[in-house]
Design a protein around this ligand. Sequence first.
Ligand SMILES: CCCCCCCCCC(=O)SCCNC(=O)CCNC(=O)[C@H](O)C(C)(C)COP(=O)(O)OP(=O)(O)OC[C@H]1O[C@@H](n2cnc3c(N)ncnc32)[C@H](O)[C@@H]1OP(=O)(O)O
Length: 162
Amino acid sequence: MSSMEELLAGWNEKFRPHADGAQLPPHHPHCLACGPDNPHGHHLTVHRRGEEVHATHVFDERHVGAPGIAHGGAVATVFDDLFGFLLYLTGGPAVTRKLEVLYDSPVILGTTYDLAARVTRTEGRKLFMEADMKQLGGSRVASASALFLSVDVTHFNQGMPR
Ligand SMILES: CCCCCCCCCC(=O)SCCNC(=O)CCNC(=O)[C@H](O)C(C)(C)COP(=O)(O)OP(=O)(O)OC[C@H]1O[C@@H](n2cnc3c(N)ncnc32)[C@H](O)[C@@H]1OP(=O)(O)O
C-alpha cells in the first residue's frame, strides 16, 4: 500500500465524530509525535474532553536539549501535533500555518506533564487554537497558539514520491 493509500484508508474513521472521553486516532502510524510505529517519536496518546483534547507526556533522552531539559523544538513538536488532534473535533484536515510557543520554565526530562488544547475561533478556512502544558496538578511550564488552515486531501499529494 502506498503512503497516500495508507493515509486515505483511515480517513473516514479518523474524521468521524468521536465521543467525549474517547481516545483519538494517531494522524498516521509514522507521525513524529503520535505514530505508534515511529521509533524516534513521542508516541502521544490523546483523548477528547468536551471541546478540548488532552494528553499527558514524559520527554526522554531522545528529546534532550540542555542536559536534563527538553529541547524547545521537541516541545513545539508536541504542541503542533496536539493541535492536529483538534481537527478530529472540527471535522476535516488542516495544516499549521503559524505556531508560537511561550516557554515559561524548563521542561524537565522524566517528568509527567499535562497538555490541553482548544479551538478559540474559526474564520472561513482559519482555525485559531491555544494550548498549555502544566506540571501534574501544578503550574504552567509552556503555552502555544497556532493558526491552522483547512486543506483538502490533495494537499497531502505534495509529500508523495514522484
Ligand atoms: C490526517 C490529518 C493530518 C494532520 C496532521 C497534523 C500534524 C500536525 C500539524 C503539522 O505539522 S502540519 C505540517 C506543517 N505545515 C505545513 O506544512 C503547511 C505548509 N504551508 C502550506 O501548505 C500553505 O501555506 C497553506 C496550505 C498553509 C496555506 O496556503 P493557501 O494557499 O491554501 O492559503 P493562503 O496563503 O491563500 O491563505 C489562506 C487565508 O489565510 C490567511 N492567512 C495566511 N497566513 C496567515 C497568517 N499568518 N495570519 C493570518 N491569516 C493568514 C490568508 O490571508 C488567507 O485569508 P483569506 O482567505 O481571508 O484571503
